[in-house]
Write a protein that binds this ligand. Sequence first.
Ligand code: BGC
Length: 739
Amino acid sequence: MRSLFTSATASTVLLLAVSLANAQVRTWDEAYERATADLALLTQDEKVGMVTGVTWEGGPCVGNTYAPESIPYPSLCLQDGPLSIRFANPVTVFPAGINAGATWDRDLIRARGAAMSAEAKALGVNVQLGPGCGALGKIPSAGRNWEGFSNDPYLAGVATAEAIEGMQSSGVQACAKHYILNEQEHNRETISSVADDRTMHELYLWPFYNAVRANVASIMCSYNKVNGSWACENDGILNDLLKGQLGFKGYVLSDWNAQHSTVESANTGLDMTMPGSDFNSPPGSIYWGDNLAAAITNGSVAQERLDDMVTRILASWYLVGQDQGHPPVAFNSWNGGAASVNATTPAHGDISRAVARDSIILLKNTNHSLPLGEPASLAIIGSDAIVNPDGANACVDRGCNVGTLAQGWGSGTAEFPYLVAPLDAIEEKLAGAGTNIITSTTDDAPAGAEAAAAAETAIVFITSDSGEGYITVEDHVGDRNHLDPWHNGNALVQAVAQTNTPTIVVVHSVGPIILETILAEPNVIGIVWAGLPGQESGHALVDVLFGEFSPSGKLPYTIGKSEEDYGTTWTTELSDTFPEGLFIDYRYFDQSGIAPRYEFGFGLSYTTFNYSILAISLSATPGPTTGEIVVGGASDLFEPIGTISAYVANSGNVPGAEIAQLYIGYPETAPSTPPKQLRGFDKFSLVPGESGIAIFELTRRDISYWDVEAQKWVVPSGAFQVYVGSSSRDIRLTGSFVI
Ligand code: BGC
């Protein structure tokens, strides 16, 4: 955004200071030069040890490799995950990926990545296992969508790149995961995902392009099969797509126990096996290690392939400068994780709070009932208002939904150093205001109604949780069984609202829930979507509820009127053929003429924004890319082709931030393309009366489709439609351009 007046806030300056500290230290060429020199010094055993994990729980981290003696290179420490550092404390717990996505804020996403990996580095982690960008999230109930940023590939792609650049700027190798088509938890270790080539490129591979282009050091291949072959021994997706079409120079590591062979996996592009030993077949069996050495001796795997694995792994280590005094591992995952250093800082807490705050999405605000003033009495209702009475970390890997929900469950979680519950923060905020706070901190509907009846206003907290399939929570095997709020949240809200007390609903959820029952209650005057906000949950909520900040988050997915409206759900079949193709989330709603409840990109503010003066200045040659493959794909794929811009003014009475969005409709020469696709966004902070210019910088990819015949990205000729607005359906300006 180019503001017409400068209005950078103190927090923006702070975030930029954190995010811009340390740039990545080397280029791939420099890193490869060093790696190649090292390779010559290594013995065969050392090489095999560098690509093989030391077995589960064989070292302090969730993944560890053998250290060679011939070069100063360590036993690599690989540790989850995408929102913090798992099994270690103290650490800062940041909001989940889906909340980072809901901010649509490039600087914040980068700062979150930089801060979390600064802690990882201090703890001696070499490879931090995140960000997540597959599951992309085609299935609204899928268990791990919240680890990633959005089910829109463009938003997910931008966020993935920012996260990776932030993380690697702190000297830690990022790991984009899970590659690829890992869209559900049910049968995740057996299912075969079959997506057509165009869908693969335009949806699921799209954010991985951004990851590779952002110089991601490593990519984790997933548990599932792709077109019938395991993702970790699949020549098509590893050698052809990732290392071929995308020009990936880092290394592919297996998800934990996702390797199924010695020779196949080596020859099809796997570069590191994790955790080294297999959990199942039979337990303790090792595919690489001595077996890989034997396969090279008998000629089934070429020596060059092992050398390539090692070179990629070494180069990635040099790329982020881990040869320059990277700290030793300072915690042990298997003994409680107490770290010998404390890398948390107040600034990291501020970033966690800023992401949580900026990801809050205001869905409903009848008659400007929010922000709240200082009511004479306020009822706080629901078990989600308080911390789990047994402690915020009472359940392993957050595998329960008790107390306020601030992370999902599974390997992508971490131990809260503290968790600010909504009730605590509200009490703190209203201390001295004379407000009578009446609480009912269970999900019991009659008790909630009693509290509400005694108050001027009620806030009801409801949840919906999900996670990774190795833990089942309240009958949800990772994926959600339904999109309703848990713990009879609908009945709780109904009981409260039917007391005639004006009711605000706060939702902590992993993804969409169906809100129709709640919206049918006329006394529900506000709905505040807070997602999975991490340790600063209550503070961030209070910042918005009481008007210190205007809400600015926008939905990174669609909220439908029913689960059926999405057209996708998880399956118990042996394969998922991805019959919906390109039409997921808003692409499907738009194509099928289904009205969502709250559309993709939607979010209210305490102020209003006026859009004007659309300007389009683009030129591109139609046809396929012609450039050679560089890191991230054909060299001309990301070539700038011009800009689209629009004026945005704060036309209301309070400062606020707007996320202006650009959607593009393709000409019919690109057959069967979704009616509108996100291809740009720009976030503004504007004071009342202030204007800024939203500038959407487009690249060739943004107006291309994947031509399966040509096997290239192609810019179609014809008239493209331009839609600029405040959401995918609140379009304020339209135009077109012809290629
Ligand atoms: C998950 C990965 C995780 C790994 C190591 C697997 O179960 O799918 O995302 O990084 O475990 O904990």
